[in-house]
Design a protein around this ligand. Structure first.
Ligand SMILES: NC(=O)CC[C@H](N)C(=O)O
Length: 392
């Protein structure tokens, strides 16, 4: 077995075995508490530039299939697992996770104490890190490189705060997603048309809309308001995505154009943070974020608690109680309420504008992976578009 070393920004190191590809990789190290859904996690573009630690100790049991990926490639910068499955077993499995990581050049490490690592990150917050194995761990003379040399590489890596990354993961060209019949033709007249701006969109998101009869035009993150209007959309959607919402200037300008025209808007995750910023609220970096499939969130309008899938390291800074006037331009967007809150830590998990047809959630109603409790939000988006059509 080949040695691998994980080096954290604060100098702590963990030695284990190489898993997936050998080499070196740098990124922000974060932990995910999901017991299932590793394929969806690995292929979620929001994890671009992040090293993902799984807190579930045994990963890879069901191998890798061709149905569950959320995009065309693995996006995580590296993968950290305690105990990789020695045997993959599932009727859908096509290859092992180890082989898939290696084939896609994703460096990983296994056999380290992921509980100690997670507790460390929970206490000190997420930070930059690097994994080194194979040739990247030895010098020209064949000796193991000293830790301080590896640490210097880690400290030279860019931080996640201030990173504008949507353009690195977004589609280059627009495409359409809609429900198709067995003959490959559209199933019927769409009930609504949505322009979905891809900031790192997961495949299941347009799929959830298509299941409801919506035709979805997925647009690149560089789309202009004219590109959006050209789709003749009834509503605009902003997806999840990697990076710091504070760095997304083009997208926020585009969203303000949408809000100014009173086009119904729905945003998920990064899309929620961008709605917050477009309305004039701030965003901030959480200590260690929410990543997993079992976060309790309350819908404050109904009092119902949902168990939800999360993947976010930033959050919107908006007043939890009462209606607040959106601060942008002296309140030009009217009143806003925090519609959803995380019951673990009171983090803002949703926004609803009261004077505009716009709402968003910080978590993942598309549920890939994760529970389906929040699927009603796609119906709410459809209702919002229908109401607006009725009002026109
Ligand atoms: N999944 C997402 O959209 C993540 C949004 C943002 N990059 C964050 O970490 O908070």
């Amino acid at each position: 077995m080949t040695d691998a070393v994980l080096v954290l920004e604060d100098g702590r190191t963990f030695t284990g075995q190489a898993y997936g590809a050998t080499g070196s990789t740098l990124g922000e190290i974060v932990f995910n508490t999901g017991m299932t859904g590793y394929q969806e996690t690995l292929t979620d573009p929001s994890y671009h530039r992040q090293i993902v630690v799984m807190t579930a100790p045994h990963i890879g049991n069901t191998g890798v299939n061709d149905d569950d990926p959320e995009s065309a490639r693995i996006w995580v910068a590296a993968y950290v697992v305690r105990d990789p499955a020695r045997r993959a077993s599932n009727w859908r499995s096509r290859r092992t996770l180890d082989d898939d990581l290696a084939a896609q050049g994703i460096v990983g490490i296994s056999g380290i104490d992921t509980r100690a690592l997670t507790r460390h990150l929970r206490e000190l917050g997420v930070m930059r890190a690097g994994i080194f194995s194979g040739d990247a761990l030895v010098d020209g003379g064949g000796d193991r490189r000293p830790d301080d040399e590896l640490l210097t590489e880690v400290l030279a890596a860019p931080a996640m705060a201030g990173a504008d990354l949507a353009g690195e993961v977004s589609t280059d060209t627009a495409y359409v997603v809609e429900a198709l019949g067995p003959d490959g033709e559209p199933l019927g007249t769409p009930v609504a048309t949505v322009a979905a701006v891809d900031l790192g969109i997961k495949a299941m998101t347009p799929q959830r809309m298509a299941e409801r009869g919506i035709r979805v035009h997925v647009l690149p993150s560089t789309a202009s308001i004219d590109d959006v209007l050209a789709t003749e959309a009834d509503g605009v959607f902003f997806s999840n995505g990697p990076g710091d919402p504070g760095a997304a200037t083009h997208e926020i300008d585009l969203l303000r154009e949408v809000l100014d025209r009173r086009i119904p808007f729905f945003g998920i995750c990064y899309g929620n943070q961008l709605l917050g910023r477009a309305l004039g609220f701030g965003t901030y970096k959480l200590g260690y974020g929410h990543r997993g499939v079992n976060q309790p969130v309350i819908d404050r309008a109904t009092g119902k608690v949902e168990i939800t899938a999360h993947n976010h390291g930033f959050a919107v800074d908006a007043p939890l109680d009462g209606e607040s006037v959106a601060p942008h331009d002296g309140g030009r967007y009217g009143r806003v309420v925090v519609s959803h809150v995380d019951l673990n830590d009171d983090v803002v998990e949703g926004l609803r504008a009261l004077d505009l047809p716009a709402f968003s959630v910080q978590y993942h109603p598309e549920a890939a992976a994760g529970p389906h409790d929040a699927a009603y939000l796609f119906d709410r988006f459809l209702d919002l578009m229908n109401d607006q059509k009725g009002a026109a």
